[in-house]
Write a protein that binds this ligand. Structure first.
Ligand code: SF4
Ligand code: SF4
Length: 652
């Protein structure tokens, strides 16, 4: 006789009573599935970051060995379900609503099914002596994720960082057809209760409530027997009502508390786990076994012999369905999960993953023909059944009109996509599809906004960097200008960080600034540059008359071409004047010889320098001197030389 539940039930709003069809697959005990030819192990079988392969093609691995490591906190490792050889690491089609491919490790079993010589962590059969942290570390290393279908890494839910008052085990399993938890609770209740004890110890929680729907009497009996010595673990029988298995709905039924919008059960001091998940934690901690298999329901009217199986992860679904006698013709729908919240599979050539609880093949005749959607008649039926207390018809209008903000304000994200509203809608409006569309659009817009914000920040940072660089260049230019002016005036060079000084006119007699090597070097460099560029010599320098001087301006001077030719001739004449005479050159430079050319240029520079130094110290500055920086430099050099000579005379 089933013991009376000592816990008061509260129930939840809305919901539906559906034909459960669970008896299809519960007539036989859990079956075993032989190893397939190849196991396909997706690197992402959970919510969060994909794992990173630890093995390479050709490696030989043992059962229980880690083949991929977690990346980040919300991630989970992948283990070899049997011994064998890695034959590929490549994208394969995986069970996902998108139907896209994802990276997988492909393992070819060797048939020996050999375990590792020792587990990758030390098992703790006496878990009561272990700390909560030790248990969490093992749960993470064992790759345990929520086996109810959400596949959230369990170690995070074992490390809540807050006081936990109640652990709730979600054994409601409310979706029609699915019976894997029911069979597990019936056949392995002792292992589930062991796992509950381990999790309670890790959380430091004082009590556990196991919620089981009243359509699973065998499971209720088995669990009640298994935990009869644990006064703080209670089996609570709840009414069969879809979606009782929703986390928020079960909490409301058992604790009478409503999880706040956008909140977590932890906000109420509650943590929820699936029976299969706590069993896996118990085996990992006490036996050192990673998560390499799970129970899966293979059912539906299109399956020859529906049944529950213990399946190695990575087993192709086709191999699994063959163990159930294969398909009876072409199914009308092929789903992973139940008929309410499952998603369509492209075919059976995808592997079983940690989140697979059911492979459902529905016969064509069992599928309701979907009549064409009609306009909403505002009957309010959808509001009556919504377990999240939403306004489904208003959400539909806003989603349809793309008024996403209004939909969000109506708590769109509290919708658990249970489908109750769509089932009762007399207008056959595919309401859930509108909600999924709105959620996807909102997520996409948020992602776009995040990217735009990041791009704007990058742009602003770039502008700031360019401004910084420009400022630095400006300051460097000002410092250089000040140093040049100081060199001309003979004043001490200002320090690099000094404010730029205004260029001062060269004094007639320069002080001892001539000793400054920087100023001397700069003046020398400028004189060299002027000679090199063949700038016409200042008027005060005694040179041969330029072409412009020998050829007075003619009317043709108004012609820009004629002016350019005249200027070129003038430059050539100046260059020739600065160049050494053939007698000074040991040999004429060959026109094509770059070495000879360089020697000639150096000589020209030297001659120009010599010509500059021959200027009489008292030569008056001409108008062109005042304007031409070269002439200015020469004048400054002359002034400095005169000052030096004067000083030498005085000393003598
Ligand atoms: S059940 Fe359908 S028809 Fe009725 S109010 Fe809701 S959306 Fe409109
Ligand atoms: S699908 Fe969403 S809106 Fe519809 S009944 Fe379920 S929770 Fe409510």
């Amino acid at each position: 006789m089933i013991a009376e539940a000592p816990i008061r039930l509260y129930g939840f709003h809305g919901g539906l009573h559906l034909d459960d069809r669970k008896s299809l697959a519960t007539g036989q005990p859990i079956g075993e599935v032989p190893l397939p030819d190849a196991l396909i192990l997706p690197l992402s079988q959970h919510i969060g970051g994909a794992a990173k392969p630890r093995v390479k093609v050709g490696d030989v691995v043992r059962r229980g060995q880690t083949v991929a490591d977690p990346q980040g906190v919300v991630s989970s490792p992948v283990h070899a379900p049997t011994s064998g050889r890695i034959v590929a690491i490549e994208p394969r089609r995986v069970p996902h609503p998108s139907g896209l491919k994802a990276d997988c490790v492909v393992l070819e079993p060797d048939g020996l099914d050999q375990w590792l010589d020792a587990p990758e962590w030390t098992p703790l059969p006496d878990f009561t002596a272990a700390s909560g942290e030790q248990i969490r570390v093992i749960a993470r290393a064992a790759g345990i994720v929520g086996l109810g279908g959400a596949a959230f890494p369990s170690a995070i839910k074992l490390n809540p960082g807050r006081v936990v008052d109640t652990l709730i085990i979600n054994g409601a399993e409310c979706e029609p057809y699915i019976s894997c938890d029911q069979m597990l609770m019936t056949e392995q209740a002792d292992e589930i209760v062991l796992g509950i004890r381990v999790v309670l110890h890790a959380l430091g929680a004082p009590r556990c409530l196991i919620g089981v729907e009243d359509n699973k009497p065998a499971a209720i009996r088995a669990l009640s027997r298994a935990c009869e010595k644990d006064a703080h673990i209670h089996v609570v029988v709840v009414p069969t009502r879809y979606p009782q298995g929703g986390e928020k709905q079960l909490i409301q039924t058992l604790a009478g508390l409503e999880v706040p919008s956008e909140g977590l059960p932890l906000d109420l001091g509650i943590v929820c786990h699936n029976p299969g998940t706590v069993r896996a934690v118990g085996r990992a901690v006490c036996l050192g076994e990673p998560l390499i298999e799970r129970i899966i329901t293979v059912t539906g009217e299109a399956v020859a012999q529906p049944r529950n199986f213990r399946v190695r992860l990575g087993t192709p679904m086709r191999h699994l369905v063959e163990q159930a006698g294969g398909l009876k013709g072409t199914p009308g729908r092929l789903l992973m999960g139940g008929p309410m919240m499952g998603f369509a599979l492209p075919n059976l050539d995808v592997p079983v993953i940690k989140a697979t609880n059911c492979v459902l093949a529905l016969a064509p005749e069992t599928i309701r023909a979907t009549p064409e959607a009609q306009p909403c008649i505002r009957c309010g039926e959808c509001v009556t059944v919504c377990p999240s207390r939403l306004l489904p018809q208003q959400l539909y209008w806003h989603a349809r009109a793309r008024e996403f903000e209004a939909a969000e304000n109506l708590n769109l994200f509290d919708c658990i996509e249970c489908g109750c509203c769509a089932i009762v809608c007399p207008s056959h409006i595919p309401l859930v599809q509108y909600y999924r569309f709105a959620k996807t659009e909102i997520h996409a817009a948020e992602a776009e906004k995040r990217e735009a914000d990041a791009a704007r920040l990058r742009h602003e940072a770039r502008l700031a960097r360019i401004e910084r660089e420009e400022r630095a260049k400006e300051e460097a230019r000002a410092r250089k200008k000040a140093a040049l002016a100081a060199a001309k005036s003979g004043a001490p060079t200002p320090p690099p960080d000094a404010a730029p000084a205004k260029p001062a006119a060269a004094p007639a007699t320069a002080p001892t600034g001539d000793d400054d090597p920087v100023a001397i070097a700069m003046a020398r460099a400028q004189a060299r540059r002027s000679a090199n560029n063949a700038v016409p010599a200042p008027a005060s320098v005694e040179t041969e008359p330029t072409a412009a001087e020998t050829n007075p301006p003619t009317p043709a001077d108004d012609d820009p071409v004629a002016r350019a030719i005249a200027a070129a001739k003038a430059r050539k004449a100046a260059k020739e004047a600065a160049a050494p005479t053939p007698s000074e050159a040991p040999q004429a430079p060959a026109e094509d010889d770059p070495v000879a050319k360089a020697i000639a240029a150096a000589k020209a520079r030297k001659a120009a320098k010599a010509a500059a130094t021959e200027i009489p110290p008292d030569a008056p500055a001409t108008e062109s001197d005042a304007e031409d920086p070269v002439a200015k430099a020469i004048a400054a050099a002359k002034a400095r030389k005169a000052a030096r000579d004067t000083a030498a005379d005085n000393r003598e």
